[in-house]
Design a protein around this ligand. Structure first.
Ligand code: SAH
Length: 495
């Protein structure tokens, strides 16, 4: 960045303007609006500049001072004052000035002002000559107290004007009125809502909701009334909520816009171990993050404790995001959590996510259904031991369907044995997708008969999804993401 952007408080500070023509006129007008005490050096002044130095401005300033006893930053416009120093520029004119603007039509004079400024450490702007200037004046969109400054560092003034026009049209006059309204209410809002988080939410509501609408409709009284009623409402004990959010399988690009919004408005995020760092990094920075990750077998935070945490934070008025890998309603205990919240009267919402079966299918090049091979898909949890024994193996072993087995790493061997024992061919393709959609995704293609070998020797790690069915073999030719799949054992059908 070539220039340091800043907004200077010139109220009551001396600024020298060298030149008395039309260019000087524009600069003086702006300086007076900013409350500066302007000295204009020039043999002659335009009639308008003469007018400005006639005392009317000085009078306005004096009145404003008497009335307000000084001005605090950001308060409404108070005119500054201007005096005329009739004659030619002398470096001594810079004494006591904080800034100077050279606006004559004589390049030699402008250069002398620049030089004298450098010697005295006074910042000088030579109008339209960036090389001689130690500061430049941006194009502005003035919606005071909201002011937008635009600069291309002097290299493309026309572009800056174009940008200004665009902003002029999107940031209409009502933004100024809204900023003014917030300025007048600032201290009342601050004392009514001492909590920073509550205040932020309140302001969000004001600038995006009915108050802003009323301001846009030029209904100043309605806007004030609406603001008052919002403030009364916000003052009531805060009402927290829980949003159950599906974080998808890992690739942050697979988050929904609603998931992102919820994460950016959260006060507290309770997340599982399966939620990737890439996804977590998109959450609001100052949200509290609590990992309630569960390992298969060794539960790190029990389900009961997760319920308690949601309740505690929501009752304290916080927006809780319960962030789960994949989709919250697919093997995520989302149902139980909502039942608990409903029983305790905590308001909730659900944002679905892309479940592992869909993501692993897509990222491994395995269409879960296919006209030639599979007319249905079953999502099955193959959580170790007893759970596996309870599965309806005859139904799972039927042909022309795809099985997506979650949590199946420990049960790989048993899955292969049972499906073959119940009639599915030993050569039926199987794909094991580890870390689906993540940079370290790894796909192994094998068949049901070989699954026990893969289980013992394949080094398969969690999280992994097991896809059983002819479509699994398609990964060999349709893979497009990450490392190419490795193939263990002979394959049938679609390969
Ligand atoms: N609610 C989650 C599933 C939770 S159960 C969802 O909808 O995806 C956890 C199991 O999901 C893991 O054991 C694994 O089988 C699967 N899984 C989750 N993320 C995965 C990923 N990125 N790659 C492969 N499998 C994944």
């Amino acid at each position: 960045m070539r220039y340091f952007p800043l907004f200077a408080d010139l109220h009551g500070r001396r600024v020298l303007v060298v030149g008395g023509g039309e260019v000087a006129e524009r600069k003086v007008r702006l300086l007076l609006e900013a409350g500066a005490e302007v000295s204009i050096v020039s043999p002659e002044l335009t009639p308008r500049l003469t007018d400005k130095t006639s005392g009317a401005y000085a009078g306005a300033l004096a009145r404003a001072r008497a009335g307000e006893g000084g001005r605090s930053p950001g308060e409404g416009p108070v005119s500054g004052s201007a005096i005329h120093i009739a004659g030619c520029f002398d470096p001594a004119h810079l004494d006591g000035a904080v800034l100077a603007i050279a606006a004559t039509n004589d390049p030699a004079v402008n250069a002398r002002v620049a030089q004298a400024g450098r010697e005295r450490n006074v910042l000088v702007n030579v109008v339209d000559v960036a090389e001689l200037s130690s500061f430049i004046v941006p194009a502005i969109v003035d919606r005071s107290p909201l002011v937008i400054a635009i600069s291309t560092g002097g290299v493309a003034p026309v572009l800056a004007r174009l940008v200004r026009e665009r902003i002029e049209t999107t940031i209409d006059e009502s933004f100024g009125a809204l900023a003014g309204l917030l300025q007048r209410w600032r201290s009342r809002i601050k004392s009514a809502l001492p909590d920073v988080g509550a205040r932020r939410r309140f302001y969000e509501k004001v600038v995006r909701g009915t108050v802003a609408q009323a301001v846009r409709a030029r209904q100043a009284d309605a806007a004030e009334a609406e603001l008052q009623s919002l403030l009364t409402e916000a003052h009531a004990p805060p009402r927290g909520s829980v949003t159950l959010v599906g974080a998808g399988p890992g690739d942050p690009g697979l988050l929904t816009l609603n998931a992102l919004r919820a994460m950016q408005q959260a006060d507290v995020i309770l997340h599982d171990r399966l939620v990737s760092e890439d996804v977590l990094s998109l959450a609001r920075r100052d949200a509290d993050r609590i990992s309630v990750g569960k390992m298969a077998g060794g539960h790190s935070v029990g389900q009961g404790r997760i319920h308690e945490l949601m309740l505690e934070h929501a009752r304290a008025g916080r927006h809780v995001v319960r962030l789960k890998g994949g989709d919250p309603f697919i093997f995520g205990r989302g149902g139980e959590e909502l039942e608990f919240l409903a029983a305790h009267g905590i308001p909730f919402q659900v944002v679905p996510g892309i479940t592992a079966a869909l993501a692993c299918g897509a990222y491994a090049g395995i269409p879960l259904t296919h006209r030639d091979h599979a007319q249905s898909v079953r999502l099955v949890t193959a959580h170790t031991g007893d759970a596996l024994d309870g599965l309806d193996w005859p139904a799972l072993a039927q042909e022309r369907q795809t099985l997506a087995l979650y949590m199946g790493v420990a049960g790989l061997e048993k899955i292969g044995e049972q499906l073959v024992a119940h009639g599915r061919g030993a050569s039926t393709p199987v794909a094991v997708v580890e870390n689906g959609s993540r940079a370290d995704q790894c796909v192994t293609i094998t068949n049901l008969g070989e699954l026990s070998v893969v289980a013992r020797e394949g080094g398969i790690c969690s999280p992994a999804l097991v896809i059983v069915g002819e479509v699994a073999a398609l990964a060999a030719k349709l893979h497009w993401f990450g490392a190419a799949p490795r193939t263990l054992g002979a394959l049938s059908a679609a390969a």
